[in-house]
Design a protein around this ligand. Structure first.
Ligand code: FAD
Ligand code: NAP
Length: 541
């Protein structure tokens, strides 16, 4: 055994970071900058995370590019030019590659390599990390930046292997792209990915059939190119923009209306909805502050939305199918689309309502529906989402004190303190995952918030001679209850969303993110740090 406690012959580092998405990249940069020896592992062949994998046509961010970008380096912020209000996937990947080049991040990573397991040595409190490349690394700290939406979900449909055509999942799209020209294409799924992909696929394909189980709320992005003047003003205003974002619920500078929905006149309410509609996309869910807690307020937002959408769809029967009736608006992420509703006005696009006419089985030539008809297809796209928030970590064999498996500890839903630590798993951190605001906010700023907290925490340990930090069981219980109670006070519990694990058969129905808002959460974790890490046990020997 070496002085650090690592096994002889095994690479010993301070920190292992798993994942090279927005979160992992910043973790490597910051922790390395603080003097830690860092090794990163990434399953993909390069940086980008979600943006490396989700190359489907139409993929874009739904938080404005100017906000969905790092704030930690002023020069980076000033030198990068976003070409559109909502950048496309290729542009975001270019940005993340630029970040990797600029800060020389790739040298810390091993790509095309999955971490298979992480095991605690209870004596040394170090983690032994094993990869599918056969590498074994000993690390004092093990940091999971594995992403909330990185573990794809393909539903088990009977006959899936029988299909003669090509199949794709939006979250594992071929790097060389797909040419749908002249093909009869089917898309299963109408969440954000499906809704973004459907219009460009319809443009290309000879015919498109959309298989919809649940309609979703979507709002046109109002996307547009950014001219030089707009970019200059945005860059000049960055300091204030970021300040407001850090205080906000969603990690962007936009604030909800100061009054509750029915504390304003009908005209003012309508004007507020109109303004948000024009702003575009997901921000509509927070037009008024009570929209996600008060059913009547939600209904008002929903009615305005419905009026707008019905005006976009020519066939009222199709519009009926596209209007959700099963969940309050905003309790699943509102989709930010480009021409989604108008796509259903095309003669070569058909909408199949799976609630009335389910998939019977997949056959060689297409999809057989419950009514006996066969929808003939040459290609099938699964836009069926992810085993969200816990899926990627669950796929790693993480063993803490007493050999307990993290997956087992989380069998009734994820259990964390602040989304960062778990009792029984000292020196192991999960970044922008369950128990944190992450997917409810702008994840780039969430990543910075978590990584900065982590950097300070590791500094504190070293400055005070601590070997390890571990969340207490009481603190974990308390945080799980806090997340649960905050969610229970909202309308979010009414939707069968992936926030609740409802999209994965058998997954416990637990609201996984912290719903109290990005700014509030930032205050909570800052206070914990300022108190000397209350709720954590700091271990000296
Ligand atoms: P990821 O980007 O998912 O990166 C995690 C990485 O870890 C992946 O590359 C994965 O390959 C790797 N990994 C996982 N397990 C292992 C393992 N065992 N070994 C090695 N590597 C592993 N959020 C927003 O705020 N705004 C948006 O506009 C937005 N748009 C989105 C669009 C799409 C299509 C999707 C799917 C998500 C979007 N999100 C958006 C949420 C998105 O998850 C975050 O914004 C952010 O990109 C997550 O970054 P991350 O680094 O935390 O995780
Ligand atoms: P999703 O929201 O989980 O949507 C999956 C879709 O597949 C749903 O319509 C779902 O229907 C359907 N589906 C799942 N299983 C099915 C089955 N067995 N039969 C028929 N339909 C089935 O996944 P996603 O669209 O990939 O989006 C996930 C999240 O990623 C988003 O909420 C968002 O946070 C993020 N994202 C963001 C953007 C962006 O705009 N920047 C783009 C893509 C993704 P049900 O609703 O009935 O389950």
């Amino acid at each position: 055994m070496t002085e650090s406690g690592a096994v002889e012959g095994v690479d010993a580092v301070d920190v292992v970071v798993v994942g090279a998405g927005v979160t992992g990249l910043y973790a490597v940069h910051r922790l390395r900058g603080l003097g830690h020896r860092v090794r990163g592992f990434e399953r993909g062949s390069d940086v980008g995370g979600v943006w490396y994998w989700n190359r489907y046509p139409g993929a874009r961010c739904d938080v404005e590019s100017v906000d969905y970008s790092y704030s930690f380096d002023e020069e980076l912020q000033q030198e990068w030019d976003w070409s559109e209000k909502y950048a496309t996937q290729p542009e975001i990947v270019r940005y993340l590659r630029h970040v990797a080049d600029r800060f020389d991040l790739r040298r810390s990573y091993t790509f095309s390599t999955s971490v298979l397991s992480a095991e605690l040595d209870e004596e040394t409190l170090r983690w032994t990390v094993r990869t599918d490349g056969g590498e074994v690394v000993s690390a004092r700290f093990c940091v999971f930046a594995t992403g909330c939406l990185s573990s794809t979900h393909v539903p088990e449909l009977p006959g899936a292997g029988d299909f003669a055509g090509a199949t794709y999942h939006t979250g594992a799209w071929p790097h060389e792209g797909v040419d749908f020209g002249g093909l009869r294409v089917g898309v299963i799924g109408t969440g954000s990915s499906g809704i973004q992909a459907i219009p460009p696929i319809a443009e290309q394909a000879a015919h498109l059939t959309v298989f919809q189980r649940s309609a979703n709320f979507s709002i046109p992005a109002g996307n547009r190119p950014l001219d030089e003047g707009t970019r200059r003003r945005q860059k000049e205003g960055y300091a204030e923009r970021r300040r407001l974002s850090r205080l906000s619920g969603g990690g962007s500078p936009h604030q909800a209306h100061p009054s509750a929905t029915f504390d304003v006149s009908d005209e003012e309410r309508r004007a507020a909805f109109e303004e948000r509609w024009e702003l575009g996309g997901v921000l509509y869910s927070k037009t008024f502050p009570d929209q996600l807690t008060d059913r009547k307020a939600n209904d008002a937002a929903r009615a305005f939305w419905e009026e707008k959408v019905r005006a976009l769809v020519e066939d009222p029967a199709v519009a009926d199918l596209l209007v959700p009736t099963d969940h309050p608006i905003g309790t699943k992420r509102i989709v930010t689309d480009s021409d989604y509703y108008a796509t259903f006005n095309r003669a070569d696009v058909r909408l199949v309502n799976l609630r009335e006419n389910a998939v019977e089985r997949i056959e060689r030539d297409g999809i057989r529906l419950a009514d006996g008809t066969l929808v003939e297809l040459d290609a099938l796209v699964f836009a069926t989402g992810f085993d969200a928030m816990t899926g990627a970590i669950d796929r790693v064999d993480v063993r803490g004190r007493g050999g307990r498996r993290l997956k087992d500890v989380w069998s009734a839903g994820p259990r964390t303190y602040l989304g960062l630590g778990v009792d029984g798993f000292p020196n192991l951190f999960s970044l922008t995952g369950a128990g944190s605001p992450s997917v409810m906010a702008n994840v780039v700023l969430c990543a910075e918030q978590h990584v900065d907290w982590l950097g300070d925490c590791l500094g504190h340990l070293d400055a005070h001679g601590y070997r390890a930090i571990e969340a207490s069981a009481e603190a974990v219980d308390g945080w799980v209850a806090e997340c649960r109670d905050r969610a229970a006070a909202t309308l979010f519990m009414e939707a069968d969303s992936w926030y609740l694990g409802a999209n994965i058969p058998g997954k416990p129905r637990v609201f996984m993110p912290f719903i109290g808002g990005f700014g509030v959460y930032g205050e909570i974790i800052a206070e914990v740090a300022a108190s000397g890490y209350e709720g954590f046990t700091l271990i000296r020997d």
